[in-house]
Design a protein around this ligand. Structure first.
Ligand SMILES: NC(=O)c1ccc[n+]([C@@H]2O[C@H](COP(=O)([O-])OP(=O)(O)OC[C@H]3O[C@@H](n4cnc5c(N)ncnc54)[C@H](OP(=O)(O)O)[C@@H]3O)[C@@H](O)[C@H]2O)c1
Length: 296
């Protein structure tokens, strides 16, 4: 039997903790990585109904070496953590946990996912103005990613103003300045900012966008955290206006590779590994395919 905290990785289990998440691409991504690395590990959906979360979670923590955490447990899991790494603490959101013999440690790999996605598309954020739509977990990761990439100003617009102000207050504690603007000003700001990042779910499985179609321009970069469909209306509009587009599937794959590095304790994240996983997804999942002229 596997002893917790041992280095042996035979038949180690990892999973995505959430509810109603059967649609997730994470099992395919992680199992593809484990196979390529020759690691005897598996990744599966860990779906727990909300009413039994507290009775089931201890069993889950005793079974898995690592978990990704998604809706609706992103906040509820926090009480079960014994520690958080510096990035997760600064961001104020956890999406990955590592379970050892005596610790349950929270991490945030979305930040690395966003940084690596911009790097893949050769988008440099240093000295550039960034507009972030949304104020949830993804927006928090985007704020921190923009900050460490050297953005000159970070604007946040959220449908619920108070949530954006709460985000601003949180980052103030870490010396990071966020400028909060009314949701109604988002189109005006999108016209002038160098980089736009959508961290709302608008556009998921629908042809909607959080912005009007004509606000983009050449020289701008637009990241949509939404990854299904891969080419969202927002990205399609931005591309037609000449902007560089960065899709959410790139972030999804890189954040998964970053989680694998934490879990396996070895280098995993590389452009080659990204391409391998991307090709598998494109082959198996119809809406992971980008139109030919948008692939780079
Ligand atoms: N590509 C990736 O790897 C990756 C990683 C993480 C997340 N994501 C995606 O990013 C999106 C946000 O995730 P999250 O974890 O940040 O979610 P979250 O914590 O629930 O936050 C959602 C945010 O979107 C806003 N919002 C929701 N519906 C909206 C609407 N109809 N119009 C305008 N704003 C709306 C919410 O505003 P209020 O405060 O007003 O409710 C909130 O600020 C999801 O689609 C998720 O799948 C992708």
């Amino acid at each position: 039997m596997l002893k917790r905290g041992s280095n042996a990785l035979s038949s180690v289990k990892f999973g995505l903790l959430g509810h109603k998440i059967a649609y997730s691409l994470s099992p395919l991504i992680h199992n593809t990585v484990f196979k390529l690395l020759g690691v005897d590990a598996s990744y599966e959906i860990v779906d727990i109904p909300e009413e039994v979360f507290d009775s089931e979670i201890r069993k889950v923590l005793a079974t898995y070496r690592g978990l990704n955490v998604t809706i609706p447990y992103k906040t509820r899991i926090l009480t079960y953590l014994t520690d958080q790494d510096d990035v997760a603490r600064t961001v104020g959101a956890v999406n990955t946990i590592l379970i050892t013999e005596d610790k349950v440690i929270g991490y945030n790999t979305d930040v690395r996912g966003i940084v690596e996605a911009f790097k893949l598309r050769n988008v440099d954020l240093s000295g550039r103005t960034v507009l972030i739509l949304g104020a949830g977990g993804a927006a928090r990761a985007a704020v921190y990613a923009a900050h460490i990439m050297g953005a000159s100003a970070i604007y946040v617009c959220n449908r619920t103003l108070e949530r954006a102000l709460e985000l601003k207050r949180h980052f103030e504690n870490y010396g990071i300045n966020v400028r909060v603007e009314d949701w109604d000003r988002r189109a005006e700001l999108a016209r002038v900012c160098d980089v736009v990042i959508n961290c709302t779910p608008v556009g998921t499985q629908s042809w909607d966008s959080p912005l009007p179609e004509n606000v983009f321009r050449k020289g701008q970069a637009v990241l949509d955290m939404v990854y299904r469909p891969r080419l969202t209306k927002l990205l399609n509009d931005a591309y037609r206006c000449g902007a560089i587009i960065v899709d959410g599937l790139i972030v999804l794959i890189f954040q998964a590779l970053a989680a694998d590095e934490i879990w396996l304790g070895r280098p995993v994240l590389s452009v080659d590994m990204f391409r391998h996983v991307e090709n598998v997804l494109v082959e198996h999942v119809p809406d992971c395919k980008l139109p030919e002229d948008l692939r780079t």
